[in-house]
Design a protein around this ligand. Structure first.
Ligand code: ATP
Length: 367
């Protein structure tokens, strides 16, 4: 995969020292880390809102900052779109004028993304004549995304796009972000301190701590290399699995999803799949590792519908909790207490059943 962004920069802000080197490809990368550790600073440096003390930044092959060459392209000339936490729309302009704001800075020849196309992708056509204050939080976020897209950017930067909205709207914003990425193939850097939100979008994660890159890679690799184990119980981890719609039972509302994993067919029941999802469609679902129980045998006469058989591949001990990686045809992370691990004599190589309710399976993306 070609790197779209090459980044190396230092910045001193009082006691806070920022020093990062990283490169990003054309997919979605989640920037994850605790509050105050430099996630926003990274985006601000890439966008030109802040100037590094030293370093080099290139976007899409174009050098936008090079301390040695005294080059520092002003933010408005960098080919990127920035979506802030709270949207930051111009209150005195209509939605339509807000959308056109970014586009207007571009010569016509460089406008690769069309206004009507963006309006229909983000479903904001009915809002065009309104003022931002007359729009809901989720609508304002979509307008901000539209404004960023209409700059025909080579890169989209999203700083906590979910934090100012409630849970239901978060889901919607996630869906629009995936839609934008699929349609326009613009690389995205998405900052969040909520790991599940990031994982619903991507498994490519840059972990930031103390102004530095703590780790960078695929989510499961980071977990298995112990770089991303929860520091406290209930924090963070999530299974995100791609499956296909196999059957929808209209009477019970239960959807059966399947995945062809090697020679095995794995079935997962879920009751959150929206009506009208066509058979055969690919869906991404999430299951929290803490919602999964381990049993040594299948359990008959129980309401729990999902009982996936698999083999324990790894046991990772952290803070009295155990994260167990079970291969059920796909890798499944399961959180168990260390006392249960002892009681069941769980070991690598054992055959087990992973039990979880259909209600624990949440759909996070329908392709
Ligand atoms: N304008 C500023 N002047 C001086 N220091 C600042 C300024 N803005 C932020 N900082 C400091 O820089 C550090 C990194 O801040 P940054 O906003 O990048 O963190 P973050 O990881 O994005 O946090 P959050 O998740 O809370 O947004 C913090 O210690 C913060 O106090």
């Amino acid at each position: 995969m070609k790197n779209v962004i090459e980044f190396q920069a230092t910045l001193s802000r009082g006691a806070f020292q920022f020093d990062m080197k990283c490169a990003f490809g054309d997919g979605i990368t989640g920037i994850y880390g605790p509050s105050g550790h430099g996630k926003t600073t990274l985006l601000q440096l890439i966008s030109g809102l802040l100037s590094p003390d030293s370093g080099f930044i290139s976007i899409g092959g174009e050098v936008v900052f090079d301390k040695a060459q005294k080059k520092d392209t002003p933010s408005r000339y960098r080919k990127l779109g920035f979506v802030f936490q709270e949207g930051r729309l111009f209150p005195h302009l209509s939605v339509e004028e807000n959308l056109c704001y970014g586009e207007r800075l571009l010569p016509r020849s460089q406008r690769q993304i069309q206004f009507d196309d963006v309006v229909s992708t983000l479903e904001i056509g009915h809002l065009l004549k309104k003022k931002p204050e007359q729009c809901s939080g989720g609508e304002q976020q979509r307008i901000a995304m539209g404004r960023a897209l209409l700059k025909s950017p080579q890169l989209l930067l999203m700083d906590e796009p979910f934090s100012a909205v409630d849970v239901a709207l978060r889901e919607q914003i996630l869906i629009y972000l995936v839609r934008i990425h699929r349609k326009y193939r613009i690389p995205m850097l998405v900052v969040s301190h909520d790991l599940p939100d990031i994982l619903r979008l991507t498994d490519e994660i840059l972990m930031v701590r103390d102004g530095r890159v703590e780790a960078f890679g695929k989510y499961l690799d980071l977990v298995l290399s112990r770089k991303m184990l929860p520091r406290s119980s209930g924090e963070g981890l999530l299974n995100v699995i791609s499956l296909y719609v196999h059957e929808v039972d209209k009477n019970t509302g239960i959807t059966t999803l399947t995945g062809e994993q090697g020679k095995r067919k794995v079935k997962v029941h879920c009751d959150a799949c929206s009506e009208g999802v066509a058979l055969g469609r690919e869906v991404k679902v999430s299951v929290p590792p803490g919602d999964i129980a381990i049993s040594l045998q299948p359990v008959p006469n129980i309401s729990i519908q999902n009982q996936l058989e698999g083999t324990i591949k790894r046991l990772l001990y952290e803070n009295g909790q155990v994260v167990c990686l079970v291969d059920v045809g796909f890798p499944l992370l399961v959180e168990v207490t260390s006392s249960s691990t002892k009681r069941l004599d769980l070991e690598v190589g054992m055959n087990v059943f992973c039990l979880f309710k259909s209600m624990s399976v949440r759909v996070c993306e329908i392709s």
